[in-house]
Design a protein around this ligand. Sequence first.
Ligand SMILES: C[S@@+](CC[C@H](N)C(=O)[O-])C[C@H]1O[C@@H](n2cnc3c(N)ncnc32)[C@H](O)[C@@H]1O
Length: 444
Amino acid sequence: MLLGGNAGHGESQRYGNTSQYRNEGLWRLVAQNDRKILTMKKKYKKSDTLQLDASSTHHTFNILNVTAKAVRQPPLLKWAGGKEHELKYILPLIPSFNNYYEPFVGGGAVCFALQAPARFINDKSPDLFNFYRAVATQDTEFFQALATLLDGWQGVSKIVEQHKPDLSRIYQAYALDACSPEEIKYNLLDFIQHRQQEFDALFARFFYPNPENFTRELQRNVLSKTRRMKKLEQSRGQLPEYDILANLECALKSAFYMHIRHLYNRITEYDMSPGVAAAIFFFVRENAYASMFRYNRRGEFNVPYGGISYNRKDLARKVAYLQSPTVQLQFRNTIIENMDFEAFLLKYPPQPEDFIFLDPPYDSQFSTYSQNEFDQKDQERLAHYLIKRCPAKFMLVIKNTPAILNLYSHAGFNISAFDKKYLVSFQDRNNRAAEHLIITNYCE
Ligand SMILES: C[S@@+](CC[C@H](N)C(=O)[O-])C[C@H]1O[C@@H](n2cnc3c(N)ncnc32)[C@H](O)[C@@H]1O
């Protein structure tokens, strides 16, 4: 694996070279995978999920996991705009190729579904780059920090389980007007302070530079949850006990998440190591509401906790996946960079037999990832590269907007389209169902 780097990460770190895989028998591995694909193809050839047919045999040589969900290698983390659900439209249109390029890799749904002799991936988000670095190098501190976070997360559920009667009593006194809003505030603080050691133990050494913040978050989150539950009970009638407890658990987990989010916004201030920072980033990505990106005026990430359905989320399986040989193998012949897409494509110029998959931020107000704006000028830079300079086969997946059509409709490329559920016809350019466009410079 090769890791690039930019100013934010000091000098480029090199961990190997592209020819390394040849010496390590990766060609053999690719051949084995090809055989596996053919077997899978036979087994699943009637699958209507992907509709691969005999005429598309040549497409499949780079495709590892098109045919069955059971063999699919999922992305390593949740990423807004991830293309996992669109793989069924994308993969069958991918041509055979030599090396694979992805300048806007994000969570890498497409990248991790493909096999290639060498892969060149890039994203402008430094946090994402640091996360991939930690996985690619199997950073010990990263995995230790993750283990601590997972323990803490389970610990919150245990605290709720152990102190059910106390928590329930505090809430019921408030719900039945036996105590005032001021008193419940006091009662909650009292509950927290009496169990301070249990709460302190949730974070151990990595995550405790500002313990008062966690206490504040606990009080604030539980208080606002109890207020909302009381209102709900007043309008809809009494909530069952298990609902009350699930909501209180949600409030405690939200406090845990908010504390980690607080640290995420202060990685430099608290002098967190890259491994710990990567663990914090991963945890926040997995637990933020709808894996959104949103920032306040001070530039702090401010997406709330995902809510009650995230309470019992088991990240342990995902962490085991990050450590698995499958994932480690994925990174062995991969160059990872953290720069603007254009600089990346100039630094590693693709060749005619290579393939570039491009999934840039959309031409809309949601185009902010990790505070990276991607505006109309960037869309024009990209179109200019693809129309004038790109020597390789490429596939661009992008939202269908007038500005995008304006950039690409006269370039002589092939354009197809899909909405949330179907491949749709793109004959009629005003077809509003054509939410996303697939633009290629090759015919399939
Ligand atoms: C739609 S997402 C890609 C999602 C990805 N296909 C997946 O499956 O997860 C677009 C990505 O472009 C990155 N990005 C934004 N501006 C960029 C730039 N100028 N150069 C390179 N990457 C950029 C964002 O950080 C984001 O991860």
